[in-house]
Write a protein that binds this ligand. Structure first.
Ligand code: XMP
Length: 525
């Protein structure tokens, strides 16, 4: 059990994970629980503070999510945000009503209670992110209004003596200019947290915990070369050395040089002490994929082949005590195990375990971490930045970035084109940063080259060509559920184009994909 924990009670709001991340940015450990969590369980966790999130309902409707008023009488500070603020007011005897107009977007908030602990150091007028229909028309007894907006009489209210705070806007969203300060004020000034949950301490403690749990047992991990499994491998290796075996399946669908990079870090000449097994299964995959053009069929073959190879390797190794997985906190929450958010994706790595590996228990050393925290842990462990800051890369790899049949030649083309594209974008971003001190607004969240199945006539030198067209994809996205094509400067695209045409044999055209998601997907399959 962590010494200091703040709990986020999730009422179905879209920003639940953001709230927890902001708290952790204050170096205070934070976990998300559904509003259905029993009060006894919450008491047993002895949290330093509780935050109630927003949510899509109206708290005065009979079937809306609610919580017993006992929660507000535990003596534990409570901060309600949006729906949470309304619910707190409603449960404690205030009034919440439907407003005539929805207040949405960036809004100027005026702080009325200058000595409020939660607004310490915050400007008297500050920009906040509002998103609500209902509003608190009357505060609960014992509360005083601490902030308002032009349209909203109670932008914030508090009962300082009982340590209860209600905020109508969303301090967790970056559009709220001083939101981080407010959350920091809550966890430090109100809850009295010390804020000593730091990544070096996490790494040290986790290594200790792994040692205690594993004893002299054996651990098996499927290493994909992605951020999560790499950091899990790093942690386990530091904890138990050669008791860990990592199986890395090179399916021949990785980005250029990636297989060797993974081996460089985790293999026998790398910086970690572990048993590293690289399975070079390129030919095996290409054989299976020969003649297959349907995207789902390709995905299925790639997935099944991985399981088969992993199974073969696991059989060679024999019984192990633990199977390690790189599950991270958003996987846990999105699988419906943590908060209240609808099950967005069913993650194969939470819950569903391979039945062909002979193991006793599962071990998930990153289960408590957000992605950016996983990256920090990776740096702390000395994993190279290049690997730690890798973009998301799908499990089926380049197999779903090649339209039509996959073969070695097409993989070579897309690897080389993708390498050039990433290199040019990275250089352009670095140049922009050097000049402006920040990343450019067009900085894509994911960018890669794909291979269309189109061949067309071109001319190179004096010769007629009949070659492939490469598609460049780059998107700006927050959650990868929706996305816009990134506005990469034309000059950058042009240099990518000319390098690809000149350097990659078999390509005579380059397209930029302007499609947003929906209707497109981010991947290109
Ligand atoms: P789409 O193409 O669905 O992609 O818009 C959304 C995000 O998910 C990634 N993606 C995958 N990741 N296994 C993964 O681990 C997969 O099969 C897979 N398919 C898509 C994609 O790269 C993007 O970030």
């Amino acid at each position: 059990m962590k010494e200091e924990v703040v709990i986020v009670l999730d009422f179905g709001g879209q920003y639940n994970q953001l709230v927890a991340r902001r708290v952790r940015e204050c170096n205070v450990y934070c976990e998300i629980y559904s509003y259905r969590t029993d009060i006894e369980k919450i008491k047993a966790m002895n949290p330093k503070g509780i935050i109630l999130t927003g949510g899509p309902n109206s708290c005065y409707e009979p079937d809306s999510p609610t919580y017993t008023d006992e929660l507000f009488k535990l003596g534990i500070p409570v901060l309600g945000l949006c729906y949470g603020a309304q619910l707190m007011s409603h449960v404690l005897g205030g009034k919440v009503e439907r407003a005539d107009v929805r207040e949405y977007g960036k809004t100027e908030v005026f702080i009325d209670k200058k000595d409020s602990k939660i607004f310490q150091g915050v400007s008297a007028q500050t920009t906040c992110w509002m998103s609500h229909f209902d509003y608190i028309s009357k505060v609960a007894p014992g509360f005083e209004i601490s902030a308002h907006t032009a349209d909203c009489p109670v932008a914030a209210a508090e009962n300082e003596a009982e340590k209860l705070y209600a905020i109508q806007f969303h301090p967790e969203v970056l559009h709220t200019a001083e939101g981080t300060k407010m959350i920091n004020n809550f966890v430090k000034n109100v809850c009295g947290c010390k804020g000593d949950w730091k990544m070096d301490a996490f790494v040290e403690n986790t290594i200790k915990e792994i040692r205690e749990k594993v004893g002299d047992g054996k651990v098996l991990l499927a290493l994909s070369g992605g951020v999560d499994s790499s950091v899990a491998a790093g942690l386990l290796s530091r904890a138990i050395g050669k008791q860990l075996t990592c199986v890395f399946v090179d399916h021949g669908l990785l980005r250029k040089d990636e297989g060797d990079e993974v081996e460089g870090v985790f293999g026998p000449n790398g910086q970690f002490d572990l048993n590293f097994i690289r399975v070079n299964a390129q030919e095996r995959y290409y054989k299976k994929l020969a003649g297959v053009t349907e995207p789902e069929a390709k995905r299925k073959i790639i997935g099944e082949e991985f399981i088969r190879i992993f199974e073969e390797e696991a059989k060679k190794i024999g019984a192990v005590d633990f199977l390690a997985q790189g599950t991270i906190y958003p996987d846990v929450v999105e699988s419906g195990l943590g908060g209240e958010s609808a099950v967005i994706k069913s993650h194969h790595n939470v819950g569903g375990l391979p039945d062909f590996v002979d193991f006793k228990e599962i071990i998930e050393p990153l289960r408590d971490l957000f992605k950016d925290e996983v990256r920090k842990a990776g740096l702390e462990l000395g994993i190279p930045e290049k690997l730690v800051f890798r973009q998301p890369f799908p499990g089926p790899g380049l197999g779903i970035r090649i339209i039509g049949e996959v073969n070695a030649e097409k993989v070579r083309i897309v690897q080389d084109a993708d390498y050039i594209y990433r290199d040019e974008v990275d250089k352009a971003v670095a140049a922009y940063k050097a000049e402006h001190g920040t990343a450019p607004s067009w900085m894509p969240n994911q960018y890669f080259a794909a291979l269309t199945n189109m061949r067309s006539v071109g001319v190179m030198g004096d010769e007629r060509t009949y070659d492939y067209a490469v598609a460049l994809r780059a998107v700006n996205t927050v959650d990868f559920m929706t996305a816009e094509a990134a506005e990469i400067p034309f000059a950058v695209l042009q240099s990518v184009m000319s390098r690809i045409i000149n350097e990659v044999r078999g390509v005579n055209r380059v397209f930029y994909d302007l499609t947003s998601k929906p209707p497109g997907t981010i991947e290109f399959e």
